[in-house]
Design a protein around this ligand. Structure first.
Ligand code: NAI
Length: 264
């Protein structure tokens, strides 16, 4: 049966490919993006998120079966935490009432293998505490030191998002309402976000030094879409709180074979 999905970042890259895949198989998609979407909204602000959620719920008729949050940026600016963390978490929370009305509600977000990179514990903590003003203040202290230092806003936003998914997925709001909540963490995906960086040998070498991808190298958006779509399918009855590294083996390369010793 056709399902109703909300897809953020639907105008480009992974979000656009997700929306197309869902529409091609007969599902209904309400896209949210800055432009070229059913709902044009700016997810970097609280007002934009509230407006986006209200309009998406209205367009859906009140019942949303799946939410796939792809919108994000990788710029070394403070706004990165507003879009990549609060633009996902606040929006998702506001869509819960409509998800609750579905027979098989699911949500999936896009984190990144960058969640494994050097990040700021203080910035991650401010995001997880839901304190956007403080998070922006901390982010700005890195940004003013230039793009190399300012980049830390990106892995910090993706680390916080991955931790939010694990923390929230098992709560009454999500698991308690039967809503499967998970994340996908891509490696280097060929999209407009990475186009410029991958266009030069120097850019590629820089990316590859940080994102080792022994399995099949740089990935097409569809490799992420297929995981996002499965996570939000009716069939996903028991996967919750997972951050799935679909990254050509970057996570296994970087973290090695022992990620279980926390309980030893
Ligand atoms: P993209 O740049 O092609 O698409 C991102 C979309 O998000 C754009 O349509 C953009 O307009 C939208 N967006 C940005 N700011 C927004 C805002 N304030 N409000 C509403 N929409 C906004 O990028 P791509 O590659 O498709 O990225 C999708 C997600 O995947 C992002 O969260 C990104 O961090 C993540 N990711 C991408 C990787 C890559 O190598 N391309 C690797 C790992 C994660």
């Amino acid at each position: 049966m056709a399902r109703t999905y909300v897809v953020t970042g639907s105008a480009s890259g992974i979000g656009a490919a997700t929306a197309k895949t869902l529409r091609d198989r007969g599902d209904r998609v309400i896209g949210i993006d800055l432009r070229d979407a059913e709902v044009a909204a700016d997810l970097s602000t609280s007002a934009g998120r509230a407006d986006a959620a209200a309009r998406a719920i209205e367009l859906s008729g009140g019942v949303i079966d799946g939410v796939i949050a792809c919108a994000g940026i990788s710029a070394p600016i403070a706004k990165t935490v507003s879009i990549n963390y609060f633009g996902v978490t606040e929006l998702l929370e506001q869509l819960v009432p409509a998800l609750q009305k579905s027979d098989a509600p699911r949500a999936a977000v896009v984190s990144s293998m960058a969640s494994l990179q050097a990040n700021s514990a203080e910035l991650v903590a401010a995001q997880l505490a839901g304190d956007e003003a403080k998070a922006l203040e901390i982010a700005e202290t890195f940004v003013v030191q230039g793009p190399e230092v300012g980049y830390i806003t990106y892995p910090s936003s993706k680390r916080a998002l991955a931790r939010w998914v694990r923390r929230e997925s098992i709560t009454p709001t999500w698991a308690g309402n039967g809503i499967a909540l998970n994340a996908v963490a891509p490696g280097t995906v060929i999209t407009p976000m990475t186009e410029q960086l991958l266009a030069t040998p120097e850019g590629r070498a820089m990316v590859d030094a940080n994102v080792p991808m022994p399995l099949n190298y740089h990935q097409p958006a569809q490799s992420i879409v297929d995981v996002l779509v499965w996570l939000t399918n009716v069939e996903n009855t028991h996967m919750a709180g997972q951050v799935i590294y679909c990254d050509g083996g970057a996570d296994a390369t970087l973290r090695g074979d022992d990620i279980w010793s926390w309980s030893d």
